[in-house]
Every structure is written in structure tokens, then in C-alpha cells.
Design a protein around this ligand. Structure first.
Ligand SMILES: Cc1cc2nc3c(=O)[nH]c(=O)nc-3n(C[C@H](O)[C@H](O)[C@H](O)COP(=O)(O)OP(=O)(O)OC[C@H]3O[C@@H](n4cnc5c(N)ncnc54)[C@H](O)[C@@H]3O)c2cc1C
Length: 420
């Protein structure tokens, strides 16, 4: 099929990726339709709203200086809060705590680090166990305990998910110079060890978030995409139907059969309808606990927490609609939300970030994470993408977590298909 001659594209899912694909194809003069099952655009980025109070759904920073993000910001015509990335890593293993600023990876103590301590002849890259077998035994053990504490089986989870769990690189306390030497010696060290941007002499990172939240941003995007001539059909769940190697979309007794299709949503049904293989999506369940806070601390701060015991994964302080907020992404737990928030407050106070939590505004809601998947699911998805690569379904990077990498993969694909 000569994809460039096809002038219609239907996008299933109106999250950020679906919106970006829509803009791209509109500029290429395609007839573009977005089909979205919810009654609004924005997907996972929509704010959590309760009694007219708004909270971010997890730590969602937009990188500054990236073309397609700038384009989307412009289309929304919203105002953004731009800030320097301020972050830290807190580590609690065997009751011992290590806290370090300017890193968001696990940090361990280890004496006399040298090449010999790592497993260099590790050729398998199937599961998380293969990934962390590279590290010295003591560190491997702690990482295994972290993964188990997350309720995950390290033998079952795919190697690449280390990145999504923020454990693909580690740092060793007070060893930055040794780590730098190793990193410049071999790419395998560079891929597995981290030092702060300051030590690497890399520039600071800058991010932004919409001043009035993502829901408002996407409501404006909706209006402006429509003005650009993009058809947007909300409240509509699409059912995929495969006839041999052709994908047809069904909804409300209607059918779309003559179109390129970009499927940005969860692909479980799409794959099942093709080959009756079921992926175990949503195996990693997390919760978001948020509240308004009183604080003189007016900055955005992000902390990654690694532990064999604590339920906290990430803590974020931010400002939304002029109110100071805290958001904590944590593992499923019966602990009262106020305990989780108090534990977070104590961690941040060690960094001199102090605040009071407004108890009456505490909210708790589930956060879907589709980015942690098993070795067998990865095989099913790759096999499916391989078998459908000559169909009207465009490639979609379902297994990738971060927006920037997702888009880079899509652009790569479109360039190869000569539709970029
Ligand atoms: C807690 C959390 C924090 C994150 N932090 C960051 C971060 O800091 N930086 C970063 O780069 N990434 C981050 N991510 C990942 C990032 O949010 C996602 O990669 C990105 O926003 C996903 O956008 P999307 O459009 O691909 O998917 P989604 O936002 O999930 O959109 C998919 C849309 O498809 C719709 N849909 C699904 N099935 C159907 C159907 N059958 N018919 C019609 N519609 C359908 C859904 O309703 C949804 O609106 C984070 C994710 C989470 C969960």
C-alpha cells in the first residue's frame, strides 16, 4: 500500500499523542478524525477534579524547547509555568536512608567500586533480573527487593521496563569520579550508571506545566483543533474488526473502512481481535494521593523514592490555579492517605521543604500505568506489530512510557514511510 496516497486518517484516542498525530496529518492535508471514548480530550493528562479543586494526575512535566510540545502549547493558547528541574532521590533499604539532590535514580553505598564488580558478560536481555544482574550482588539484591515491594515479579517483567521504573541506571554514593571514569570507558557502564548533570557538566533541564491545568489546556485544544478542520467525535468507544490484514473501526452502528488508522489507546482489544492473544495490561497499579498545602516554598519539586518497604514512589510539589499542592504516587496500600502524606512531608523536610497539609483537601485516586509489562506481552505486541506492518494500521509505540520518546519513535516511523 502506498501510504502517502491515502488521504484519510482516523485516530483512536484523544490523548496528547492522538492530538499531535492529528495536527501532523492535518498539516499534510489529510482528512483527520479523532475518536475518543471519554467526553473530553487529554487522556491520562486530565486533571483530577473534586469540588472545583484540581490536582495533576501524577508528575506530568512538559519539556521546554521541544518543537511539538511548543506547537501544542501554542494551539492551546494557555499560559504556562516554566521552571528549572529541581529533584532528588531518597533511598530506604534495610532501614538505612540515603538522600541526594540532582539525581532521580537509586543510590547505594559501595566501597571501592571498580570494573571487576560488574557482570560484563551478561548477554541476555529478557527480564528485569537480566538487567540488574549487571550490578554488584549487594546492589542487585536491593533492587530485587524494590521490585518485589512494587508487587512485581522481576523474572516476569520485561528488561526495558527498568527505565519506566526509573531503575535502569544507578548511582553510588561519593563515587562520582569513579563512575565518570567507568562511563567513559564502555557504553555498558554509561547505560547503567548515572551521575548528576552538574558532574557531567550538562545544562540544567527546564520544564513547564499549564498554569490552569491540563483539563483547561485540552478543552482549548479541542476548540482549536476543530477550527483547524479536524473532526473530533467524543463519547465514542471504538471496536476494532480485522478482516485479514485490514483494520475496520466500528462505533455507534457506523463503520470506518477506508482510512489509515493510528491507535493510541490501550491495544489489548486491538490485538485480541487480530489473533486472539490477550496481553496482561495494567499489572502495575499505583495510587495518587494529593492535597493542598500551605507553603512559602513556591517551587516545583520532584523526588523519586526507592525502598524495600515504603509505599511511596514519587513526591511532587507544584502550583496549580495559584494553589500550592502535593502529589504522591504510591503503591496500592490500605495505609491512610494522611500517613502517606506525612511520610512524604518528613522526607521533604530533610531538604528544607516545609509545609502544612490541609487535611480537608486530601484526595486519593488510582493511576493507571500501562508501561510495566511482561516478557510474554512484549513478544505478543512485537509479533502483532510485525504481522500488521503492511496493513492500514500505523505503528504506535505502546510499550514506551515517556512522551518525548513516544513521539520520536512515531516520527522515525513516519519518515521511513515517507509520510513525514
Ligand atoms: C502517573 C504518570 C506520570 C507520568 N509522567 C510523565 C512525565 O513526567 N513525562 C512523560 O513524558 N511521560 C509521563 N507519563 C507518561 C505520559 O503521561 C504518557 O506517555 C502520555 O501522556 C500518554 O499519552 P497518550 O496520548 O499516548 O495516551 P493516553 O493519554 O492514555 O490517551 C489515550 C486515549 O485513548 C482513549 N481510548 C482508549 N481506547 C479507546 C477506544 N477503544 N475508543 C476510543 N478511545 C479510546 C482513552 O480514553 C484516552 O483518552 C506519565 C504517566 C503517568 C500514568
Amino acid at each position: 500500500m502506498d501510504a502517502s496516497r491515502k488521504k484519510k486518517i482516523t485516530i483512536v484516542g484523544g490523548g496528547i499523542i492522538g492530538c499531535l498525530i492529528a495536527i501532523h496529518f492535518k498539516k499534510k492535508n489529510y482528512e483527520v478524525t479523532i475518536l475518543e471514548q471519554k467526553k473530553y480530550l487529554g487522556g491520562v493528562l486530565r486533571d483530577y477534579e473534586i469540588k472545583n479543586d484540581f490536582f495533576f494526575r501524577g508528575c506530568q512535566y512538559l519539556e521546554n524547547g521541544i518543537d511539538w510540545i511548543d506547537q501544542l502549547k501554542m494551539i492551546s493558547r494557555e499560559k504556562f509555568n516554566s521552571f528549572k528541574y529541581n529533584y532528588a532521590s531518597n533511598n530506604i533499604f534495610n532501614e538505612e536512608t540515603l538522600l541526594k539532590k540532582d539525581l532521580a535514580v537509586p543510590i547505594f553505598k559501595f566501597k571501592n567500586i571498580s570494573k571487576k564488580k560488574f557482570k560484563l558478560n551478561n548477554t541476555k536481555n529478557s527480564s528485569l533480573v537480566d538487567k540488574i544482574s549487571f550490578f554488584p550482588k549487594e546492589i542487585k539484591k536491593k533492587l530485587i527487593n524494590f521490585i518485589k515491594n512494587c508487587g512485581l515479579d522481576p523474572k516476569e517483567i520485561h528488561y526495558d521496563c527498568a527505565q519506566n521504573l526509573q531503575i535502569s541506571r544507578i548511582n553510588i554514593l561519593n563515587s562520582d569520579l569513579e563512575l565518570m571514569k567507568l562511563k567513559s570507558d564502555k557504553s555498558i557502564f554509561d547505560e547503567n550508571l548515572a551521575v548528576s548533570r552538574k558532574i557531567k557538566k550538562a545544562n540544567d533541564l527546564f520544564y513547564s506545566t499549564p498554569l490552569n491545568g491540563y483539563s483547561k489546556m485540552f478543552d482549548k485544544i479541542l476548540l482549536n483543533l476543530k477550527k483547524m478542520g479536524i473532526q473530533i467525535i467524543l463519547n465514542t468507544k471504538v471496536e476494532p474488526v480485522w478482516i485479514e490484514n485490514k483494520l475496520i473501526l466500528k462505533y455507534d452502528e457506523k463503520k470506518i473502512s477506508d482510512s489509515l488508522i493510528f491507535w493510541s489507546g490501550n491495544p489489548t482489544n486491538l490485538i485480541y481481535n487480530f489473533n486472539k492473544k490477550k496481553i496482561k495490561s495494567n499489572i502495575f497499579k499505583t495510587l495518587q494521593i494529593s492535597a493542598n498545602i500551605s507553603s512559602h516554598y513556591k517551587k516545583n519539586f520532584f523526588l523519586q523514592n526507592f525502598s524495600d518497604k515504603s509505599k511511596i514512589l514519587r513526591i511532587q510539589t507544584y502550583i496549580l490555579r495559584k494553589k500550592n499542592k502535593i502529589g504522591v504516587e504510591c503503591l496500592f496500600t490500605n495505609n491512610p492517605s494522611s500517613n502517606i502524606l506525612n511520610e512524604s512531608r518528613k522526607i521533604l523536610s530533610k531538604l528544607k521543604i516545609n509545609f502544612k497539609i490541609f487535611d480537608k483537601t486530601i484526595v486519593k485516586y488510582p493511576l493507571p500505568r500501562f508501561d510495566v509489562y511482561t516478557v510474554s506481552d512484549q513478544k505478543i505486541i512485537n509479533e502483532f506489530q510485525n504481522k500488521t506492518k503492511n496493513s492500514n494500521l500505523l505503528y504506535s509505540p505502546w510499550l514506551i512510557y515517556g512522551r518525548r520518546k513516544k513521539i520520536e519513535k512515531i516520527i522515525d516511523f513516519l519518515v521511513r514511510k515517507k509520510i513525514y
